[in-house]
Design a protein around this ligand. Structure first.
Ligand SMILES: [Zn+2]
Length: 358
């Protein structure tokens, strides 16, 4: 255990299936809302062609030295600043052996009833050159699970990443509405299984001659996950996105716990109600067509112009004129004094309500 002035690094370890697993985890406690936690992860274990080979080289420069480097760099960038919520930087062990390290961590957070409002794993984020010879360095893929229907807390987090990317020059995200690539997994899965919003960042086109390969040459072609095949400028852009996203989420007030909508049966306007959140100077109501991947419109309401009332939880209502609720998804995010925005809490879908009754 290494202790610094505001910083704590611990080895969070366990023995699943009698395999020793050691995560390296740094926590930057939140100043005003420390119970709310954001986790930035990558895995530091690696493998070669044989996942059980503990002797031959398994350099793992991209899978997942890239993710580990991004976590360390974002930690370095943000650790001298103060945030409302808690930031956790995690370098996981045992990902290649079945997500062992992240599973221990996510289950420990779940057992301690920690409110994890977002987890991002950076896994294979350091190469922009595809096997087709095309370089794609302008975006990162963001994978998100959805347990039911086409929306989820993870997708809300994915959209927050999409909005944060607007502040990274020449960079964007590609939202992929599935949990992961075919036949593949990652540490965000452990957090999804524990009920937390989580996403995976991965480069546009993976080079499979690097991943899970012995360092060798076949037919004049090099194999193995070596640093010379990395694009460090691209990796820096992914780390910039991580930093923008985590700084914003940890600065913003927490998202509304509940958002309700009503309307269409009376008029073609939508009434949106949401609970009051400490620290929110404004609330942004966002909406999109049901088939659109990301929020298409936003309207901001200053907190001091809203009338909050009610019982233990105080709520306010606003009306979106000319927005027909039956055709759109509506959500609300909170806004801090410096403009930082939470992820969005969306109103429950009518399909989801039907599903719950069954
Ligand atoms: Zn990996």
């Amino acid at each position: 255990m290494i202790e610094g002035p505001r910083f704590l690094v611990i080895a969070n370890s366990g023995m699943p299936n009698e395999v020793a697993v050691v995560n390296v985890i740094a926590t930057l406690p939140g100043a005003t809302d420390p119970e709310r936690v954001y986790v930035l992860g990558g895995h530091y274990d690696s493998r070669n062609s044989n996942g059980a080979d503990g002797d031959a080289d398994a350099p793992g420069a991209n899978d997942d030295g890239s993710g580990t480097a991004a976590v360390l760099e974002v930690c370095r960038l943000l650790c001298d600043r103060e945030f409302a919520a808690t930031l956790v930087f995690a370098c996981y062990d045992g990902e290649e052996q079945g997500l062992l390290g992240s599973q221990i961590h996510a289950e420990a957070l779940q057992a301690a009833e920690v409110q994890v409002d977002g987890m991002v794993t950076n896994d294979i984020v350091g190469n922009s050159l595809g096997m087709d010879g095309v370089r794609r360095d302008g975006y990162v893929r963001v994978f998100s699970y959805a347990p039911v229907g086409n929306d989820s807390l993870g997708r809300s987090l994915a959209r927050a990443a999409s909005w944060a990317a607007r502040r990274v020059d020449g960079f964007d995200v590609k939202l992929v509405f599935r949990g992961d690539r075919y036949g593949r997994g990652g540490d965000h899965r452990s957090f999804f299984d524990a009920g937390f919003p989580s996403v995976r960042f991965s480069e546009p086109r993976e080079d499979y001659s690097r991943q899970h390969q012995d360092v060798t040459e076949r037919d004049g072609r090099p194999y193995g996950d070596l640093p010379e095949f990395m694009d460090f400028d691209y990796l820096a852009r992914v780390a910039s996105l991580d930093a923008e996203l985590f700084a914003e989420l940890a600065t913003a007030p927490r998202p509304p716990a509940r958002v309700r909508v009503g309307g269409a049966q009376q008029a073609y306007d939508t009434e949106v109600s949401f609970d009051q959140i400490e620290g929110a100077v404004a609330y942004e109501v966002v909406w999109r067509d049901t088939t659109s991947p990301d929020w298409e419109a936003a309207r901001r309401f200053a907190a001091d112009e809203l009338r909050f009332g009610g019982g233990r939880v105080t709520t306010a209502s606003v009306t979106l004129q000319g927005v027909c609720i039956d055709d759109v998804v509506v959500g609300v995010r909170t806004v801090a004094a410096d403009g930082s925005r939470s992820r969005v809490t969306a109103a429950p879908e009518p399909d989801a309500m039907l599903y719950r009754r069954r």
